[in-house]
Design a protein around this ligand. Structure first.
Ligand code: LLP
Length: 385
């Protein structure tokens, strides 16, 4: 059984559970993306919601990436960690006045607006400051992302985005909004998308909409295709990186840009998921009649994805190379959904063994909670241990 490489000796003295980040893998991932985008008019805005750890953000910012923020605090954090405001996109269905003002005060690149009332409020707040806000309209493309329903966002009955039939009235609102400049259109169809044909469908839709805007006499400076590229949670050791090459090639092939037009992406998970692991310790082995429960000290408060989305994370016992056995790996929280996986094959496990829950770098640390008055897990980095 191939396992991830971890500095177990250095882990021994650390209090578990904690997040461990492989900074070399993060750097390689960022370099790969840069290589795929640098000769194309493509710009990646990292979606902070996936992981807003200061160290990770500084690394991504230092490589020249932009940021995709969904709250005023994310904007402030991005700037603090070195992202240029001129590369910050601000998305979200429910931006408060306070948050819009943070965006305006920092002259961010673009507001991705999701409704007509939002345009009206943004125009009013920008007028008060004597500013012009650049916006991209988030349009609901009604494309199926073929992923979990909680992370599908581009279908018509979603709370996100403006529906196509509302576009004419949206343009009317924009023409009465002197403090807003329409620079483009924005889409996001969902997350953890591994069937790339969904992105092909998106390209088809984008082209049709671009035509429609042309017919209205509007040319678009930017097209923002959102995020969503998935990773391989099943085999993190064999596939430590998302298939960026195919992803960017697909857009190159299926969406010919016009002169001066640029294509923007808001990738979150694919940048950071693989580099993070949640390291935990086995507390108890409870041998049942038909099952063995391995109770570990990490729970859904540390990584909520399995409990919330029935998400799969590869689990490894990194202390043992004993015989293989089946375990239900569960956390200590008083909720039945606090389970990392059933019938998982692990090397013979016992109290004290270190258990790594892999691909936890995205939507792991950012979704931590203090339920049960639990401690917030610390973070360690491969180059600083
Ligand atoms: N842009 C927008 C407008 C989004 O809503 C999202 C994610 C992204 C970009 C980044 O998507 P990514 O490249 O990371 O797929 N907590 C869930 C995922 C929620 C995703 C929400 N939106 C999970 O753990 O799977």
């Amino acid at each position: 059984m191939i396992k991830g490489k971890f500095p177990n000796d250095k882990f021994e003295s650390l209090e578990t559970p904690f997040y461990y980040y492989d900074m070399e893998l993060l750097q390689k991932t960022l370099q790969t993306i840069t290589k795929e985008t640098e000769n194309r008019p493509f710009h990646v805005h990292y979606a902070l919601k996936a992981n807003a750890n200061t160290r990770i953000l500084r690394e991504i910012a230092s490589q020249g990436f932009g940021a995709d923020c969904v709250s005023g605090n994310e904007i402030l954090k991005a700037i603090e960690c070195g992202f240029s405001p001129s590369k910050i996109a601000f998305a979200g269905v429910g931006k408060s006045d306070k948050e819009i003002n943070i965006g305006l005060d920092n002259d961010i690149f673009c507001f991705n607006v999701e409704s007509i009332p939002e345009i009206e409020v943004l125009n009013e707040l920008a007028a008060k400051k004597g500013k012009i806000a650049s916006v991209a309209l988030r349009i609901n493309p009604n494309v199926d992302a073929r992923t979990h329903k909680y992370i599908t966002t581009g279908l018509n009955e979603n709370k996100f985005g403006i529906n196509e039939q509302d576009l004419p009235v949206t343009l009317k609102t924009l023409s009465n909004s002197p403090n807003i400049k329409l620079i483009g259109i924005h889409f996001h169809i969902g997350s953890q998308i591994t069937d790339l044909t969904s992105f092909e469908d998106l390209c088809v839709k984008i082209k049709l909409l671009r035509e429609w805007f042309h017919d209205q006499g509007i040319s678009l400076e930017i097209i923002n295709a959102g995020g969503g590229l998935g990773i391989n949670y099943q085999h993190p050791n064999h596939f430590p990186m998302a298939d960026f090459e195919s992803y960017f090639r697909l857009f190159d092939k299926h969406l010919k840009l016009e002169d001066g037009q640029s294509l923007h992406f808001e990738l979150g998970r694919s940048l950071v998921a693989a580099c993070g692991s949640l390291i935990s310790r086995a507390l108890y082995l409870k041998e049942g009649i038909q099952k063995n429960f391995l109770i570990i000290d990490a729970g859904m408060t540390d990584l909520i994805r399995p409990a919330l989305y029935q998400a799969f994370h590869h689990v490894e016992n990194i202390s043992s190379d004993g015989d293989l056995n089946k375990y239900d790996v569960v956390g200590p929280i008083c909720e039945s959904s606090d389970t990392f996986g059933e019938n998982i094959t692990l090397n013979q496990s016992k109290r004290g063994d270190l258990i790594a829950i892999r691909s936890a770098g995205a939507y792991g640390e950012t979704m931590v909670s203090k339920y049960n008055c639990r401690d917030i897990p610390k973070s360690y980095y491969s180059d600083l241990l």
